[in-house]
Design a protein around this ligand. Structure first.
Ligand SMILES: Nc1ncnc2c1ncn2[C@@H]1O[C@H](COP(=O)(O)OP(=O)(O)O)[C@@H](O)[C@H]1O
Ligand SMILES: [Mg+2]
Length: 238
């Protein structure tokens, strides 16, 4: 396997009010380009922390996160921001849309620093909104959309700059089953285009979409399995 993402003995401690929580305690594994990894584990296991480190939203207390040959801990804040804009699409559980922007304007946000005309940006955003089934709703505010529609706007925003890596933190957690399936179809389509997908999920039904599942427990990798195409777990290849 040619590693695209490498986590090397990654630890993350959070300190508050004199107490320290160890969210990750020495996690090491690597991911090849084009894998679809489901990250599972109980609440508090460290899943969201892992995703934020992979997305360059935080840096680990110790250890290294390397993506495409770049050690993220060696980047400045500006360097990390550039890395995110070029490489990462991030979907949060709670959508994180800007409430005063329309669906189209929210999708355009990651494009703003690029040298692109407003017309091109709008066309690109509208194309993505069509892909996620929101044609005709480009000018609505988040408050005028359902939860599932907001999540689809968030996914369009995550994909608009054509990132190599899609990171999603319980993207279907707040959605009904049918809408959740539609979101997962979009991720599968994205994965089918050769993109790397990492999705945190509690939902057993979601696991069948992934090519691999990594289960965390108390900040450590408890289990790491690759799935056969039929969705049955296989042993780890050597
Ligand atoms: N910003 C933070 N400040 C302090 N503790 C945190 C923070 N974020 C997460 N934690 C703690 O780190 C541990 C792992 O959290 P998290 O990564 O959110 O797990 P999960 O997503 O699996 O529920 C938990 O004990 C949590 O309370
Ligand atoms: Mg979480």
């Amino acid at each position: 396997m040619d590693p695209f993402i490498e986590l090397d003995n990654v630890s993350m401690l959070y300190g508050s009010n004199g107490t320290i929580a160890a969210a990750l305690r020495g996690v090491s594994f690597s991911i090849a380009a084009g894998e679809y990894v489901a990250i599972t584990g109980e609440s508090g296991a460290g899943k969201s922390t892992l995703l934020t480190l992979l997305g360059g939203l935080q840096v680990p207390t110790s250890g290294r996160v390397v993506m495409g040959g770049i050690d993220l801990s060696g980047l400045s804040a500006d360097g990390l921001a550039d890395f995110r804009k070029q490489t990462i699409g991030f979907v949060f559980q709670a959508y994180h849309l800007l409430p005063y922007l329309t669906a189209r304007e929210n999708v355009i946000v990651p494009l703003s620093p690029e040298r692109m005309s407003s017309r091109e940006k709008a066309d690109r955003a509208d194309g993505l909104l069509e892909t996620v089934g929101l044609s005709g709703k480009e000018n609505r505010l988040p408050s005028e959309l359902s939860g599932g529609e907001c999540q689809r706007v968030a996914i369009a925003r995550a994909l608009v700059h054509d990132p190599a890596v899609l990171l999603a933190d319980e993207p279907t957690g707040n959605l009904d089953t049918t809408t959740g399936e539609q979101i997962l179809d979009l991720f599968s389509e994205w994965h089918g285009r050769g993109k790397t997908v990492l999705m945190v999920t509690h939902n057993r039904a979601n696991l069948s979409r992934a090519t691999r599942t990594v289960r965390l427990r108390d900040g450590l990798v408890e289990e790491d399995r690759r799935m056969s195409p039929s969705g049955r777990a296989m042993g780890l290849p050597g």
